[in-house]
Design a protein around this ligand. Structure first.
Ligand SMILES: Cc1ncc(COP(=O)(O)O)c(C=O)c1O
Length: 368
């Protein structure tokens, strides 16, 4: 019997038994040939999910560590960076870039809407010295997908690079890194890759490496959260890490990706998320909880819904679901504090069993 709550949070997520079993196994040693094989298989499977033949780096870190690594490696102090600002995690990009003494040009968007690429073009026209663009691909604060492919085209037309935070997007829907020419993308293990927290994952293309290698500010980036450190260790045969790799977590990710790619198929995995998203949007709307995002920009991995008109704050629903149904959902931040519930579709949250439990719980809340 499940005693921990059913997780509908947009990370961490409830993982499947194959992943749980791998995480419960013995801690592998990084020089054990079986583990080395598993590591290389894991990177190859990540390449399939991320749809890239470019470089993939797997580090021990939360999503923010992967984001910091990408931003600090691409941009240097004094650089002007255009940041799409339309949600809670856009603020994280601003904070990190500020810490690295970059000059931020925010492109302000409405929370709950995708950014208009024309607004980014305008910002570039007004700031021709800009070094690049940073965007949250899948804004977990609002449940909205930003137009990453269009932004990559805009960046490249001006010889600039695009950084995308896909922490809550990658794995949950098709985000083809090579086809969309995303220069550096950061994600993490504990969302749509359906694993425990602890792995930061980055893709880096040749355009990005050229920028990173010519960045004269390398000394200020630190060591671990610096893509050059990773590039140098990747060139070493046998031990392509700068320091002790998270062997057990990588074994867990191997189990999770194997399940996604071979048991479920990547398309089947995306379809499961999509079906859960559509059902939650439909059923919660019918119960009086209107979705925040319009259909055409709604994230497949997280749905945000406004509180029912008769409620004071959304926290009433969150507290009730946890106390009476052992279900954990997230709520909104920033201007949406008290206004929205954030419901993830990642991991087991996209199974029929979980969606049934959620809808039943919300219905019971209204009938109290
Ligand atoms: C879009 C996005 N970016 C960044 C983060 C930060 O990730 P972490 O908490 O693993 O550092 C999150 C976490 O939810 C996220 O959803």
């Amino acid at each position: 019997m499940q005693t921990s709550p059913k997780l509908f949070t947009p990370g961490p997520v409830d993982v499947f038994p194959e992943t749980q079993a791998a995480l419960g196994g013995p801690v592998p040693h990084m020089s054990d040939p079986n583990w080395v094989t598993r590591y290389h298989e894991t990177v190859a499977m990540l390449g399939q999910v991320m749809q890239t033949a470019g470089d993939i780096i797997v580090m021990t870190s939360p999503g923010s560590g992967a984001i910091e690594t990408g931003l600090a490696s691409l941009y240097k102090a004094g650089d002007t960076v255009i940041v799409v600002r339309n949600g809670m995690f856009a603020e994280r990009l601003v904070q990190i870039l500020t810490q690295y003494r970059c000059h931020i040009v925010p492109v302000e968007g409405t929370w709950g809407e995708a950014i208009d690429p024309a607004a980014v073009e305008d910002a570039l026209d007004n700031h021709p010295q800009a070094a690049g663009i940073a965007v949250v691909a899948n804004e977990t604060g609002t449940g909205v997908c930003n137009p990453v492919q269009a932004l990559a085209k805009i960046a490249h037309a001006r010889g600039l690079v695009l950084f995308a935070d896909a922490v809550s997007g990658m794995g949950g829907y098709s985000l083809p890194v090579d086809e969309w020419e995303i220069d550096v993308l950061a994600t993490s293990s504990n969302k749509a890759l359906e694993m425990a927290p602890g792995l930061g994952i980055l893709t880096v293309n040749e355009r990005a490496w050229a920028v990173i290698e010519h960045n004269p500010d390398a000394a200020h980036r630190g060591w671990y959260y610096n893509l050059l450190t990773w590039k140098q260790s990747r060139a070493r045969k046998g031990f392509p890490f700068p320091s002790t790799p998270p062997t057990l977590l990588i074994a867990g990710l191997h189990a999770s990706l194997t399940r996604i790619l071979t048991v479920e198929t990547l398309q089947g995995h995306w379809d499961r998320y999509c079906a859960a998203q559509q059902r939650v949007r439909r059923e919660l709307s019918a119960l009086g909880f209107a979705p925040l995002a319009a259909d055409n920009v709604a994230s497949p991995t997280i749905t945000c819904v406004y509180k029912h008109p008769e409620m004071e704050t959304i926290e009433e629903l969150r507290d009730y679901l946890l106390a009476d149904h052992n279900i954990l959902v997230a709520t909104g931040g920033g201007p949406l504090t008290g206004q929205i519930a954030r419901i993830g579709h990642m991991g087991k949250a996209s199974t029929d069993e979980y969606v049934d439990a959620l809808v039943d719980g919300v219905r019971a809340f209204l009938m109290r």
